[in-house]
Ligand binder design. Sequence first.
Ligand SMILES: O=P(O)(O)OC[C@H]1O[C@](O)(CO)[C@@H](O)[C@@H]1O
Length: 538
Amino acid sequence: MQTIVNELKSTAEKTNATDIRAAFAADPGRFGKFSVSFDDLIMDYSKTAVNGEILALFETLAEAAGVAKKRDEMFSGVAINFTEDRAVLHTALRNRSNTPVMVDGRDVMPDVNAVLAAMGKFSDGIRSGSLKGATGKAITDVVNIGIGGSDLGPVMATLALAPFHDGPRAHFVSNVDGAHIADTLKHLDAETTLFIVASKTFTTIETMTNAATARKFIADKLGDDAVKHHFCAVSTALDKVAAFGIDSDRVFGFWDWVGGRYSIWSAIGLPLMLAVGPENFGKFLDGAHAMDTHFRTAPTAQNLPMLLGLVGFYHRNVLDYPTRAILPYDQRLLRFPAYLQQLDMESNGKGVTIDGTPVEGNSGPVVWGEPGTNGQHAFYQLIHQGTSVIPAEFMIAKTGFEPELRHQHDLLIANCLAQSAALMKGRTLDEAKAQLAKAGMDEAKASHIAPHRVFTGNRPSITFVYEKLTPFALGRLIALYEHRVFVEGVLFRINSFDQWGVELGKELATGLLPVVQGKAAADDQDGSTQGLVKALIG
Ligand SMILES: O=P(O)(O)OC[C@H]1O[C@](O)(CO)[C@@H](O)[C@@H]1O
């Protein structure tokens, strides 16, 4: 593999691949060569440093790394998450074909479908008002209590599908900071509020602490017996859920072969189903399944997740770009960058390969971003003229949901395409001087000012275009990014599906809590922690 990576480096240099502007000047038909589509989803990667030679090496690299073989292992239930001895089967949750998926010799599809049906029945009951609170009132507000994968996916998807909401209002509490639940409960009526305690392990301290506060909120207002009418739970730890006191018919399970950051398709998606209904949730699953089928069957050169992963690896490990910006031109994808931060950085932020040896080169990039056009007024200065090259990933729908505001959607499209073009084309010194001269600036001053108005250009971006942000399109987009993370993880030669890196902080926090509470001395803490504890608690 390393030989091919080295060949990618030398070929990029030899073909001057990073001069993207020159590549377009030499080949106006570049878009046709370096864009792929799957139904209405188009991925334009022509504004990246690719060419025919690079693309051929991508295919060689994918073959040498065995990406397709490892993909098929994942879909078939091989325990590829070997440090936790688990299969990775979030794809089974949206396996709309219902072909058997075997785990430990057993087809899991009947279980998957049973949970989905139970979620649908519960959602219909809450949404119709037939399932009521303790005082006989219909539920008007749902509060999801969870964090990480038990929060970020539901938050992102529920906001993204706002035009499809016809159920109770959705609220999300995740941070252990009391401000989060306090600000949420302030506006809610206990009689008409349902809490979902969402935790794969049912041990996460933030979630369990907030759940206890929510429970007290209901008990104080409506009495202990009311709790069972105002709570439900989503978890794999059914014994812990029972101990919390939630009735089994309000517990929606999922399985250890579903990673937290890959769990939106499971019962973790219950807040989304309550908001948009079981039918739209089914379309959400349909979209992901369509992308799964595409990923499993399309040849590499036409395979969107494969290409997105290969370009991402190329940017990270060949061209050495340390971050990537996710820039959705869709306000309802406001939380999509944050969702991808966990999906990508908790999956591929690893330093050890599957062999237990240190990663050679780089592993996952820093993922960040904000919707356009807002980002243009915040950090685009750096993206355009800073000293770091930051690959951008834009996404834009052909059509919005507000026909009466079509003129605003036109502006959104114009800005999205313009930013991608500006990053690629830039502005030369001569162009800057000519522009200043045309504005009437004298030559001496223009020579002084012009360097500040130069844009290097040749800054890479990928643009996704799709018809409309429907449940199907959202499911398809999320699955695309899940599989891109998978492809990059294989190329980095890491296990993308464990997350040991979150353990140490948790362990130290457990030991520090009694010190913060004044119940234990800080003597064995490091000097900085001792100083900070003293400053904070005296
Ligand atoms: O759903 P749980 O078990 O509460 O875990 C919440 C999150 O904490 C982590 O385990 C660590 O961040 C994530 O992987 C997970 O999504």
